[in-house]
Design a protein around this ligand. Structure first.
Ligand SMILES: C[S@@+](CC[C@H](N)C(=O)[O-])C[C@H]1O[C@@H](n2cnc3c(N)ncnc32)[C@H](O)[C@@H]1O
Length: 213
């Protein structure tokens, strides 16, 4: 993408009514002040073009969806769709996921989707399902709140299952090939940009759901 197109997307992303690049006034206020309802708040981490936020917002108008990624030009794609379709149950945050607890209060989040994050082959400590991130999720996720991981990476899939065991978390479901599983449903059928690339290369898509209880 040309530099000018990227800059234009950055500028438009900042102007959308449902995008946030500064955290002031948000923590603890998502239901009351941002969405102005008492519906569950669902996060999509490593959102990229935010296909999950857009797809789930269409399917579940009675839930609020927040996409989070550090790249505004990627999230512009999803944010633009929510403007065109008037999906008022969506928000977009451009930030490092590392700072999640600056943006959400204790128990403020009901569910987390982590969609094809970088497996961080050489930097295990940076993995979004690793011990550096679990305490952050614990701080913002309500008790019993489900974390979902979708990945093409066998390494990240096996690593996450190990972490769940090591940290004594509660495994709900997992499958190494979600398209050929009884778990497959309309949400897991949402295909992101990266998922389309992975499946075109013949990769199988893996899925895990767990809670921090
Ligand atoms: C492989 S892409 C997947 C994007 C999208 N979920 C998909 O499936 O098409 C990983 C995304 O994670 C984002 N990302 C990686 N580390 C991050 C971090 N620490 N904070 C915020 N975003 C991050 C990148 O900007 C990128 O958009």
């Amino acid at each position: 993408m040309s530099r000018n197109k990227k800059l234009a997307r950055f500028a438009e992303f900042s102007q959308f009514s449902n995008t946030h690049e500064t955290k002031e006034g948000l923590k603890g206020n998502w239901k009351t002040k941002i969405f102005k309802n008492n519906n569950p708040v669902v996060l999509e981490l490593a959102a990229g073009k935010a296909e999950y936020t857009v797809g789930m917002a269409r399917l579940f108008p009675d839930k609020n969806f927040v996409a989070i990624d550090k790249k505004g030009n990627r999230m512009w794609v999803g944010a633009k769709k929510t403007q065109e379709e008037n999906l008022i149950n969506t928000a977009f945050i451009r930030t490092q996921i590392d700072f999640l607890t600056d943006w959400f209060g204790h128990n403020e989040v009901d569910e987390i989707w982590i969609i094809h994050p970088d497996p961080q082959i050489d930097k295990a400590r940076k993995r979004l399902t690793g011990p550096m991130f679990i305490p952050r999720y614990r701080e913002i996720l309500r008790p019993g709140g489900i974390i979902h991981l979708k990945t093409d990476s066998t390494l990240l899939y096996e690593y996450t299952l190990e972490i769940i065991e090591q940290e004594n978390l509660k495994l709900i479901n997992h499958h190494p090939d979600i398209y050929h599983s009884e778990l497959y449903n309309e949400v897991l059928a949402i295909k992101t940009y990266y998922e389309q690339m992975f499946t075109a290369k013949g990769e199988t898509i893996k899925y895990i759901s767990f809670t921090l209880d």
